[in-house]
Structure formats: structure tokens, C-alpha cells
Ligand binder design. Structure first.
Ligand SMILES: C[S@@+](CC[C@H](N)C(=O)[O-])C[C@H]1O[C@@H](n2cnc3c(N)ncnc32)[C@H](O)[C@@H]1O
Length: 263
């Protein structure tokens, strides 16, 4: 492949170490790296599809780094590859998207979603949670230990400290009850509430019908593994529901299944 085919964004997407050096200010650009080292090192010049109109890999990587730092400072379960993917999916949405998160707890994953949209300049994150530490029998004692009393106040404080109050709207209540008054089509639906088979089914049935064609569903805690009793609700949803032709582009990042609703 000749130098003529060099594409700045593709080079930065292909080489995470170069992207990080550019963000840190050690290099002026991907081209700078290529001229000084990359050509000699025979670095790949593989072309990647555009991330989206007006999206640069540098802006996305900067915003993701900040979001992950904020998210990891709050107790939660969306970490590593699934946190990056959740952020990226939210970041990639077109203008003014509606994102619904079922199960927000202390706001660790809400911060990933909120930061992604703040970086893009539009959208709203709707956080649905009763904020009473309820849930399946495996999780309930863990929620109580981590959050104790005043879960809603702690959530609000975490969102405020992340400067996301204008990007997040809280719907305090159980998924199925909040769905009764919901009307809007959803661009990204993140299911992470009650993990019991019944609770996960109720939330899926109540909310998946609002997902737009081409909308993204993300189902946490749904990878193939052995689950504690009463904790495999999301796995059952993925096995039973997330298939072609209703869904496409199905993939797993850590424990979260991502899929696109087909038209
Ligand atoms: C696994 S935690 C969410 C973690 C959060 N998404 C994160 O990554 O940090 C599940 C949350 O859903 C809440 N929850 C339980 N039952 C629910 C229901 N029926 N509807 C909505 N949320 C529910 C739990 O109380 C808890 O706050």
C-alpha cells in the first residue's frame, strides 16, 4: 500500500498507541507518527469506515477516557470492553437521540451514556429505577450493602458532580410502571434492571416495543456462563429473543450483548 492511501482517522483507529500519544500531546498527528516511525515499522494503513459525520477519533477517544474515569469512580458493573462499547454506541447516535437506561443504581453507567451525548452536543438519557435497592434475590443484598439508604440522593449527587444534570432525566419507578406512560421511540435501550427471569422478561416486553428500527439494544449480564439462581434473566432474554431477522449486528462485549433492531 502506498503513502497516497494514508488516512489520518483510519491510522488513529487502527493504532491505539498512536491515538493515545496524539491525545497526550507527544505527537502532532497520526501522519507525524507515520512519517517518523510508522513507515519504517511497516504499520498497517488499513482503511476503516468513517465513525460518522463530524466525528473524529481523537475527540471520541478523549471523551471516552473522561467518561470511563468518571464511571469507574462510582460503584457499578459496566466496566472494560462493555463500558467502551456502551459509550461508543451512545456517541455514534445521530442528533437528539433518546436513550433509556433500565436500572441505573448509583449512576455509573448513566455517566458513560451522559458523557457520550454531552460530547456530541445533543440527546437525553432517561434513567428508570425505583432507587429502593430492589431486584432479584442474588443482587438485592449487594445493592443494599453498596448503597444503603438514600440511593436516589447518591445517584443525583453523582450525576451532578459529573455535570450531567441537564442530560439526564430520572423516572423513579419500576420499569413496567414507567413504561405505562412512555410514548417516545427509543434510539438506544440499555437493559440493566431486575436480573431475575421474570423481572428481565417484564422489562424487555414493556420497553423493547419502543425501540426504533435500527435502534440499538444493550443487555447487560447476558454472556454465556453459569449464573447464580434467579440471576440469569438477561441471558434468557438474549437466548430467546435476540436473533435474526428481528435483530442484526449481534455481538458480545464482556458481559453485555449489543444488537441492532432490524427495520
Ligand atoms: C445492576 S444494577 C444497575 C447498575 C448500573 N446500570 C451500573 O452499571 O452501574 C440494577 C438496578 O436496577 C434496579 N431495579 C430493580 N428492579 C427494577 C425494575 N423493575 N425496574 C427498574 N430498575 C430496577 C435495582 O434496584 C438497581 O438499582
Amino acid at each position: 500500500m502506498s503513502d497516497d492511501t494514508f488516512d489520518e482517522d483510519s491510522y488513529l483507529i487502527e493504532h491505539a498507541d498512536v491515538l493515545e500519544s496524539v491525545i497526550q500531546g507527544h505527537l502532532a498527528s497520526g501522519r507525524d507518527h507515520y512519517e517518523r516511525y510508522g513507515r519504517l515499522e511497516k504499520r498497517s494503513l488499513r482503511h476503516h469506515p468513517r465513525l460518522g459525520p463530524g466525528i473524529s477519533p481523537i475527540d471520541r477517544a478523549r471523551a471516552m477516557k473522561e467518561a470511563i474515569q468518571l464511571s469507574e469512580a462510582i460503584p457499578g458493573w459496566c466496566r472494560g470492553a462493555e463500558a467502551k462499547e456502551l459509550f461508543s454506541q451512545a456517541y455514534a447516535l445521530a442528533d437528539d437521540p433518546i436513550i433509556v437506561e433500565i436500572g441505573s443504581f448509583l449512576g455509573s453507567s448513566s455517566v458513560l451514556l451522559g458523557n457520550a451525548r454531552r460530547a456530541r452536543g445533543s440527546g437525553k438519557i432517561h434513567c428508570v429505577d425505583p432507587f429502593d435497592c430492589s431486584g432479584d434475590s442474588f443482587s438485592k443484598p449487594i445493592y443494599e450493602k453498596l448503597a444503603g439508604n438514600g440511593l436516589r440522593q447518591q445517584f443525583d449527587r453523582n450525576i451532578e458532580e459529573a455535570c450531567l444534570s441537564d442530560w439526564v432525566e430520572v423516572h423513579q419507578g419500576a420499569a413496567e410502571l414507567v413504561a405505562e406512560y412512555w410514548r417516545d421511540p427509543i434510539d438506544l435501550l440499555f437493559l440493566d434492571g431486575d436480573q431475575s427471569p421474570i423481572g428481565a422478561r417484564v422489562a424487555y416486553d414493556a420497553w423493547s416495543r419502543f425501540l426504533k428500527p435500527n435502534g440499538v439494544i444493550a443487555i447487560h449480564n447476558s454472556d454465556p456462563r453459569i449464573y447464580a439462581e434467579d440471576h440469569d434473566g438477561h441471558r434468557r432474554i438474549v437466548v430467546g429473543e435476540i436473533h435474526s431477522p428481528a435483530f442484526g449486528e449481534i455481538r458480545l462485549a464482556a458481559t453485555t450483548t449489543f444488537a441492532k433492531k432490524m427495520a
